[in-house]
Design a protein. Structure first.
Length: 428
């Protein structure tokens, strides 16, 4: 007879311990932890008057299936038929009971259908409730958060929640102008919610599709004038003598302290008044105190990086804003990206960024206006500032000999182009 020491039990596989516990008729052995199971086996073996070897052969056959020596001890590896019987007798029936058993094999699918029907009823109930609670129609630009949902900001500053499902379904991007009906905020909600998207950038949501990327669409020369109105003499001079169009590629150039950032900020304030233009402002490498100047002017920067940001970080931030503008243009919208500044970027980055600006034949446009000490090359408009004029507070401070717009007649007509040429000749 094999002596089952505690060390032998401890080193035995769990399946062998279960087989032995079954042989010893230990109730609920499958729910016991290993140490508790070993304790119960040891107690049963020490307290049992007769061990498994002395039991009648008939009982062993009933437990072990076919005849023969079917003791299930860790030594003889009684995992054979007895473990199979244990699985059939203990695990399988209980598993069937948990899953519904053979008698109710259709229950899971019925329950699944019930759940599906419940979800469908819930969706219909929510849709009916939304229609009943439908409030006013709103329109505004959206800003997408990290979770995929978005906030729509209306003209009066109110914010409306746009679900992640609507953002995905309509393939919305930051800056899209969206309209649709809303419902009031419920008890646990902070914002009113957009029930559905009816229009995107002035077009029906059913008609709008992302379309091909701007890079593969046909680009044309800027021929739609950006109607800039301002009382600032320098901005007014830029609008008149170096006109900007939708899709222009412009650089405000000048030496240090010539007023480039100030001119760009005032130009941005004027562009903000054009209704169908989405303005994106990137401050990349400016003085810390200038960040507040932009906000005081009513312009909220899309990106704010001060002088401490490295060249690669600046280039990446600008690229992200330009990519956002590309997507707006690809949908048929009009985006203007203001960048202060392109100075200090890695070689070739400034040219790559400016090259993204274009007027698409399909209708959209991406305009880029940036500051830099010197033109990059390839601009459609160069606005060069005169440091001598700025330093003595003489405005407008344009260096007319080195400023200009290519093909201005496309923006202001032949008569307008002649008037610009005459005015520049008089002001030199």
């Amino acid at each position: 007879m094999t002596v089952l020491t505690r060390d032998l039990l401890t080193s035995s596989p769990l399946a062998d311990l279960h087989a032995l516990a079954s042989e010893l008729a230990i109730d609920g052995f499958r729910r016991l932890r290993r140490e508790e199971l070993i304790d119960r086996i040891s107690e049963r073996r020490s307290g049992d008057a007769g061990d498994a070897d002395e039991r009648p052969a008939g009982r062993r056959r009933r437990r072990g299936g076919r005849g023969g020596d079917a003791d299930a001890t860790p030594e003889n590896g009684g995992r054979g038929e007895r473990q199979g019987d244990d699985r059939e007798g203990d695990e399988r029936p209980s598993r069937r009971r948990r899953r519904g058993g053979d008698e109710s094999s259709a229950a899971p699918s019925d329950n699944g259908r019930d759940r599906d029907r419940g979800r469908d009823r819930g969706d219909r109930d929510r849709n009916d409730r939304d229609r009943n609670e439908q409030g006013e129609n709103v329109e505004g630009a959206i800003a997408i958060g990290a979770s995929g949902s978005a906030l729509l900001t209306t003209g009066d500053g109110a914010e409306v929640y746009v679900s992640a499902g609507q953002v995905r379904r309509c393939e919305l991007v930051d800056g899209d102008r969206v309209s649709g009906p809303t419902r009031p905020a419920r008890n646990s909600e902070r914002y009113a919610s957009l029930i559905r998207v009816e229009s995107i950038n002035g077009r029906s949501a059913d008609e709008v599709a992302p379309g091909p990327k701007p890079e593969v669409q046909t680009a044309v020369r800027p021929h739609e004038l950006l109607a800039i109105e301002s009382d600032d003499p320098t901005v007014a001079a830029i609008a008149w003598l170096t006109p900007l169009g939708r899709g222009s590629r412009a650089v405000i150039a000048g030496p240090h302290a010539s007023g480039k950032s100030e001119a760009l900020r005032r130009l941005g304030a004027a562009l903000k008044g054009i209704d169908d233009v989405e303005l994106l402002t990137v401050l990349a490498g400016v003085r810390p105190e200038e960040l507040g100047d932009w906000r005081d002017a009513g312009l909220t920067p899309t990106v704010e990086l001060d002088l401490s940001a490295g060249p690669d970080q600046r280039a990446k931030a600008i690229d992200e804003a330009v990519d956002q503008g590309r997507r707006i243009a690809g949908r048929g919208g009009h985006a203007v990206v203001l960048i202060d500044t392109l100075d200090g970027l890695p070689e070739g980055a400034a040219r790559r960024i400016l090259a993204a600006a274009r007027k698409l034949q399909a209708g959209g446009s991406l305009t880029i206006i940036a500051t830099r000490e010197a033109p990059v090359g390839g601009e459609s408009t160069v606005v060069r500032l005169d440091h001598a004029l700025t330093s003595t507070d003489r405005f407008p401070s344009l260096d007319l000999a080195n400023s200009g717009t290519l093909r201005p007649e496309l923006l202001v007509g032949d008569e307008g182009a002649k008037a610009i040429a005459k005015a520049r000749a008089e002001l030199r």
